[in-house]
Design a protein around this ligand. Sequence first.
Ligand code: ADP
Length: 593
Amino acid sequence: MSTPSPDDSLRPTAKRLMSYVAPHRGGLFLTLVAYIGAACTEPMIPQLLGYALGEGFTQYTHKSSQLTPGLPAEAPFSLWMVPLVLIGLFAMRGLFGFLGQYLLHRTITRTVMDIRAALLQSLLRADARVYSSLQPATAVTKVVNDPQHVITLLGGSVITILRDGLPALAMLGYLFWLNWQLTLLSMVTVPVMATVMRLVNKRVRRMGTWAYDANLRLVSVVEDVTRAWRVVRSFDAADHERQRFADQSREVQRSALKTSAANALAQPLSQLVASVGISLIVALALLQARHNQAGVGEFAAFVAALLLMTSRLRHLTDVAQPITNALVVARGCLELMDLPREPDHGHTELSQFSGRIELDQVVLRYPGATRPALDGLSLLIEPGRTTALVGSSGAGKSSVVNLLLGFERQDAGRVLLDGVPLEDLTKANLRRQFAVVSQDIVLFDASVADNIAYAQLRDDARLEQVLRAAALWDFVQTLPQGLDTPVGANGSKLSGGQRQRLAIARALYKDAPVWIFDEATSALDTESERAVQQALEQWQGHKTLLVIAHRLSTIRRADRILVLNQGQVAESGTHEELLAAGGSYAGMVGQSH
Ligand code: ADP
């Protein structure tokens, strides 16, 4: 088996990018037309200047004066024509140039928008497991910054190709017309130059990949430090983090230096190759002169034109690097599109879910785990009752919730909602059946109302109703903008208890058949605990409640308590029954006092 070269590995990326540019090809075509227009005006400028100089500086008689023998009878053009034609020509060139740039940027911005939309779409559809390995900051970089970076780099290269490539092409035609042997000889240097450039580019690409990865790792260190600042402080880990940052910084610096060294090598190398070509050309020209095939004037014209063309071509050699760099970055961010998608193959919809959930011999094994998280778990959640799941950390409580919400899939056994297998339901319908109040409260940087009626139509009467039920209405009334007051990033302007109540109000607003109180992360402040306690007392007996509890105080009144151990139900019954049985639950209660 042959290993693919870096060129091959970037080709699919290029193809993929092109599929996003393709819908805007009309704009690209117009860009091309505009730049061809601009290129056409270019040779006209020296041409006109030459004409003006050639004809305009000859001695001539004035129309009204007497004819002088030996001088032309009349000026070939009026003086006012000179500024008019020159200004007109530059205006035309300017207009074409402007149109070219404008049209190209229009295409660029639209393409960036499309790519970002596609990337966000794949994030929204990605399988839940993806999120355990995807850092938010990385996702932000890949969705927001990278597409802009990629397209800007590519756009810059396209402009160079159009602005310098087209005139260079015209000059090449002129060179062949002037002296084809010399032109052919100068072309020999091209493949040699190309080979050298390919080698350099390969290194640039390798360094580029390294630099890109190093940058991402640096980003995630900063992200960790800000996101997990409590942990960092409480472990007194500032030195550890500083060291981690310093190591990554050094890596970024080294990779950046090596990338620019590889970049900087490109020009001197290509100039060296070009100098070999030029010496050959001079030698051949001298040989032609000795055989009287070419004059000094022609050689001067040839060299001048060749120099003009190389100055254009020099810009073109700088084109390959940004393209390669852009493709490396693009490969990184387009990878997001290959994230495994959340399977959604169900076709059934429950319209009136009673709340009856049955787990039958369910086995759930996480990838790489040595033992299953749920190990033949069977349990029943009855409509209108309160069921509590307790058990030590790692017993499988959160796994049950993840399974019910369709974030994980069981490897064996069945999960039935009103007798319908969970995987037969569409994901949208499944998730409509549950409202989750988690201690891991996630609020959006939006108003109180938008946080509660999240992704639903806003109904102020209903908002008041749920806010009253969550005992938050009085507080909201004191806010400067009432329901429209922003809560800050992740509710930073609210206290722990208020955030908890807001989360409860959101769940109420959703009005799902089953409520899940996920207390798995424990560590509740008393205010939040009271909020949860009140909500539970209020809804117990009216709703189907599933409570995942660490604090036994919240579940004492549950209709049924299931004690999980190693992914199985170890004991079940009411608080009193379990206490009387004197098993592990009784032990836990004893410990908590
Ligand atoms: P609990 O909520 O009772 O603390 P979990 O359901 O979170 O327990 O975890 C049950 C078991 O599954 C634990 O052994 C845990 O380490 C494992 N586990 C949970 N989530 C994952 C995951 N994403 N990948 C691998 N193992 C996991």
